[in-house]
Design a protein around this ligand. Structure first.
Ligand code: ADP
Ligand code: MG
Length: 699
């Protein structure tokens, strides 16, 4: 008898030839694979629309009406046939670009037709290009199957005549031959608890839905299941990590922390900062290894949280490190923290690529004998010679810049790995965080320090540059400073540097010395030159900073209140958001001007519009996710997790949340799924874990 494990050649209609094509194009090998080859849309021929009910929803619709008028319109290449199609409520146009003559001959005016197709809207009129059509009298003679599945296809399958209809027939045959021999994959009580359709019904209805309602239930069941097993995996991993991986216990909140907190904290913490600090304190007090991601928009005040966390470590006799992605940022952190700690008996040092050998040796020495408490730096921290006496916490700023840089000798002398706190200013949408970082602990600073004014953001075309320059002069006259940023994309680096230099020249012309002083910073400069130019700007000696995106991360110049972004259509949303975060740090009203070409893509339009409309980093991240898709946002490494068959983490957020809660519930009741009532669920889970693929990619 045929089973789900049988090769598809067992299915009626699958020749060896077809089997090898299906394998090649879609990886379909077994009956189970074929059963899980899902339609991506359905033709719903159960519903008729009236013309006045039509909506611009991009869905296929079916209408009954008559053709009243047909005309041929000449256009640049060939001609187009336009028929006016009317029912008792209104009129649409049917349009053909191909086969114009033949169609013109066959159309019958004033007899009822059923037309079916996708709608376009143009000048407030709906039109349907190349509709499927049939005379109503013919249509009535046929039995209408409710909804027809449409399967993914490829050019090769098309060429080899494996049409949608063929796939449909193969699936029909498969269902007949399986004769109901489809096993349930979730336990019975679970299914009833979450009101799910049975697996058998769901698979049948995903291919051959009896109604819209059944289809919705089938989709829900299959998406829920898919997301549930991923969450089960992630949450179990987290539980195991927490039960196995020991960490240092920081049980004291001691003098360093208390003195600083009570006497030197320059401001009151926001509630969000307090909450996050509590979460961290709770983690490090338990003896479990902390691995926490701290998300907070630019300017939300992550640095002070990092400092307070480091003080806790020092109070407990440990050392701390803070690693930043660029030399500029590391230096800035060092300066800020050194200033904050100037009255504290704490030894703090900066280590970057440009630290001289003598100083470097001194740092190495102090690290090993334990006299250095805090080390701040760049990748230089990961070099083999950097060995701490007892590193208690490693903090990493702006994680997306590092990738896999965490293998290091830093804690070679440690008994246990240091706690890890990763800070990122790139908000990760909740859904994505849940799916990809589901096993990490996440803290969020979702509140800006008080008194921040929203950065006023506008989009201007290049042709308005003079007006923009005039505005810059007005702001500079008020004593403010300005950033002008140019894109730097690796693939077109040479061109981009040319743009930067051209821009610099043109700004130098419009903003002449001695009235105006201009800094320029870009990636091809020597670190010391960069630093020199940065410092001139920081000290207010220059009013304008012309730069590539090297300033993207972290620079803090509160007096800079205008951010001009050149060719802003070429930047991604998160980059634009990061850049805008450089201004709005002081008390003055700040501005962001997005300059672009007039002709830009629809996606670019959406990006710029989003920037103008909101400054909420999480909203911006959601739009970014919708535009670019999850794989691109997280990088290829993690995209395996998101290699979903039916669920869509952008659209199925609420199912994801339910599935996650279901996974938490079941594991908190039965951590190993060993209770008899979870038997079936456990079996499926084990099978899924055996298959590598998806699961291997979750790290
Ligand atoms: P980010 O999260 O981008 O790293 P920072 O830590 O650099 O943000 O903080 C941005 C600015 O806000 C700094 O000048 C910092 O001193 C200030 N700041 C942080 N927290 C507060 C607060 N609770 N109240 C007032 N100002 C704050
Ligand atoms: Mg920061």
């Amino acid at each position: 008898m045929i089973s789900l494990k049988s090769p598809i050649t067992y299915v009626n209609g699958v020749t060896a030839n077809r089997a090898s094509l299906l394998l090649q194009e879609f990886g379909i090998r077994t009956c189970a694979d074929l059963l899980h080859f899902f339609p991506f849309r359905y033709i719903d021929k159960t519903q008729f629309y009236k013309i006045n009910q039509l909506q611009n929803s991009n869905a296929d619709v079916q209408i009954v009406g008559k053709i009243s008028n047909v005309k041929t319109v000449q256009q640049k290449r060939g001609s187009r046939l336009v028929a006016t199609f009317t029912d008792e409520t209104g009129t649409i146009e049917l349009v053909w670009f191909k086969g114009v003559k033949w169609i013109n001959d066959t159309l019958k005016p004033n007899v009822p037709y059923v037309v079916y197709g996708k709608l376009n809207i143009f000048n407030n009129t709906f039109s349907m290009p190349h509709p499927e059509m049939e005379l109503l009298s013919e249509y009535k003679k046929k039995v209408q199957t409710a909804m027809q599945p449409v399967y993914p296809s490829t050019e090769l399958l098309g060429k080899k005549n494996i049409s949608n209809k063929v796939i449909r027939t193969l699936l029909q045959n498969l269902f007949i031959e399986l004769d109901g021999n489809i096993h349930e994959s979730l336990s019975g009580n679970f299914i009833s608890q979450y009101g799910l359709m049975s697996k058998k019904e769901a698979l049948l209805n995903i291919h051959f839905p009896k109604s819209q309602e059944n289809l919705a239930k089938a989709q829900y069941r299959l998406k829920f299941e898919e997301l549930f097993f991923i969450q089960l995996q992630l949450i179990r991993k987290k539980i195991i990590r927490k039960s196995k991986l020991k960490g240092y216990v920081f049980e004291n909140i001691g003098d360093h922390f208390n003195t600083f907190y009570n006497n030197y904290l320059p401001f009151d913490l926001t509630n969000a900062q307090k909450r996050v600090l509590k979460e961290i304190r709770k983690d490090v007090a338990t003896g479990i290894h902390m691995n926490r991601l701290l998300q907070g928009d630019v300017g939300s005040g992550k640095t002070i949280v990092a400092l307070l966390t480091m003080l806790i470590a020092i109070d407990n006799g440990f050392q701390a490190s803070l690693m930043a992605p660029t030399e500029i940022l590391a230096t800035q952190h060092f300066n800020a923290l050194e200033e904050l700690l100037k009255d504290a008996p704490i030894n703090i040092a900066l280590l970057t690529g440009s630290v001289k050998t003598k100083k470097r040796r001194e740092i190495h020495q102090q690290l090993e004998d334990g006299t250095l408490h805090i080390l701040i730096g760049t990748h230089a921290l990961l070099e083999d010679k950097v060995i701490f006496k007892n590193l208690g916490i490693a903090i990493i700023d702006e994680q997306h810049r590092f990738g896999v840089a965490q293998r290091s000798k830093m804690w070679k002398k440690n008994e246990l790995p240091p706690h890890v706190l990763v800070m990122t200013a790139t908000p990760i949408p909740r859904t994505l965080a849940m799916s990809v970082y589901g096993d990490l602990d996440i803290s969020v600073i979702d509140e800006l320090p008080p008194g921040r004014k929203e950065v006023k953001t506008v989009h201007r075309f290049d042709s308005n540059r003079l007006a923009v320059f005039k505005f810059l002069k007005d702001e500079i006259a008020k004593g403010r400073q300005v950033y002008v940023v140019y894109p730097l994309i690796q693939e077109s680096e040479a061109m981009d540097y040319k743009d930067l230099m051209d821009g610099y020249e043109s700004i130098s012309r419009d903003f002449p010395t001695p009235q105006y002083q201009i800094s320029i910073v870009h990636g091809k400069m020597k670190p010391e030159d960069k630093e020199y130019e940065m410092q001139r700007f920081v000290k207010g000696e220059t009013q304008i900073m012309v730069a590539t995106t090297v300033i993207e991360v972290g620079v803090n110049v509160p007096n800079a209140s205008v951010m001009v972004i050149e060719s802003s259509e070429r930047f991604g949303l998160s980059q634009l958001h990061q850049l805008r975060g450089r201004v709005g740090r002081g008390a003055d009203q700040s501005y962001c001007v997005l300059l672009s070409d007039v002709k830009i893509s629809d996606d670019a339009k959406t990006r710029l519009k989003t920037m103008v409309e909101t400054s909420d980093g999480f909203k911006i991240a959601e739009v970014d996710l919708k535009l670019r898709g999850p794989g691109n946002i997280m990088g290829t490494q993690q995209s395996g997790v998101l290699n979903l068959k039916i669920a869509d983490i952008v659209k199925d957020t609420s199912i994801l949340v339910s599935a996650r809660n279901a996974a938490i519930d079941i594991l908190s009741d039965d951590a190993n799924l060993s209770k008899p009532e979870n038997n079936i669920t456990l079996h499926t889970f084990t099978q899924l874990q055996k298959k590598s693929g998806l699961w291997a990619n979750i790290s």
